[in-house]
Write a protein that binds this ligand. Structure first.
Ligand code: NCD
Length: 306
């Protein structure tokens, strides 16, 4: 059974095909309006979410399908101590496909091993978030028309930010991509992620100074400091406002910079940036729905359910 746990479960060619399908859905939505008639998506979210869960659900509705939803850990049998494996076996009896978010790294993998329907990782702890990456890639393709040759800056919480980990993994497969890693010392990209870049000889620099690197960037991917992954509140309070993007800080930025953020935003991007044509974060939100439609179609087709 084909699931999506890590972005690396998809080949570069498959990602291209998903992007092409998403673009076709954007152009011809009526063609897809009945594609999943009678099929059910279960969204199992054991951590807070607005965009990811609702975009999965909107995606399934726009494909003509239906949705079953668990939107918090305390409203399901997880609160009674049920294992992820048993939950996955149970939900497989009701749904054709599952999207799961969980605070524990690896939980969607365990679900996929035990489910008899495809499982999509909708974010596991500080680990991975492959469907946000698909939304990010669709946005980059629509904004830049390409992936190769780009200098991508990641700024903020690179330690716990799962969207950063997945997007670096995906972008590292395209030629001539360079990474600029901007974070406080305590929130640097984990060494297991950097080892992959070193092994593949992919150029990257680490810095604490956003302003110094701003003119080099084609993409600036801002992130929230991940409060829920901190061991103590004091550290969070000290680090939370390390970077706040304001209009004056864009003075030296490229005119064709794309400013991205997976959202939710706390304080990292001033609302005054929202009207700058370089701001792409609400485009990412919309692209997230289209690419999830393409992904649901692909996995249901491969499972023989449509
Ligand atoms: C992200 C997440 O859940 O990892 N949100 C999202 O899905 N768009 C980013 C975050 O919570 O900071």
């Amino acid at each position: 059974m084909r699931s999506l746990i890590s972005i690396l479960d998809l080949s570069v060619q498959e990602i291209d095909e998903l992007i092409d399908t998403a673009c076709d859905i954007i152009e011809n939505p009526a063609k897809y309006a009945e594609a999943c008639r009678g099929r059910k998506l279960a969204t199992l979210f054991f951590e807070p979410s607005t965009r990811t869960r609702l975009s999965f659900e909107a995606a399934m509705y726009e494909l003509g399908g239906n949705v079953l939803s668990v939107s918090s850990a305390d409203s399901s049998s997880a609160a009674k101590g049920e294992s992820v494996a048993d939950t996955a076996k149970t939900v497989s009896c009701y749904a054709d496909i599952i999207a799961m978010r969980h605070p524990k790294e690896g939980a969607p993998y365990v679900a996929a091993k035990n489910a008899s329907v495809p499982v999509i990782n909708a974010g596991d702890g500080g680990h991975n978030h492959p469907t946000q990456t698909l939304a990010d890639l669709l946005t980059i393709r629509r904004e830049k028309g390409r992936f190769d040759g780009l200098t991508v800056g990641f700024c903020g919480d690179l330690k716990f930010g799962r969207t950063v980990h997945s997007l670096i993994g995906a972008m590292a497969r395209y030629p001539d991509v360079r990474f600029v890693l901007i974070s406080p010392e305590e929130l640097k990209l984990p060494s297991y992620e950097k080892d992959v870049l070193k092994q593949k000889n992919i150029p990257y620099v680490q810095t604490t100074d956003l302003m110094e690197v701003m003119p080099e960037l084609d993409i600036l991917y801002m992130t929230r400091v991940q409060r829920e992954r901190f061991f103590n509140e004091e550290d969070y309070l000290r680090l939370k406002d390390s970077y706040v993007l304001e209009p004056k800080k864009l003075a030296a930025a490229r005119q064709d910079l794309s400013i991205m953020h997976p959202l939710p935003r706390v304080n990292e991007i001033s609302v005054a940036i929202d009207s700058d044509p370089r701001a792409c974060y609400f485009k990412q939100v919309l692209n997230g729905k289209y690419i999830r439609m393409a992904l649901i179609l692909k996995l249901l087709k491969e499972a023989g359910r449509i």
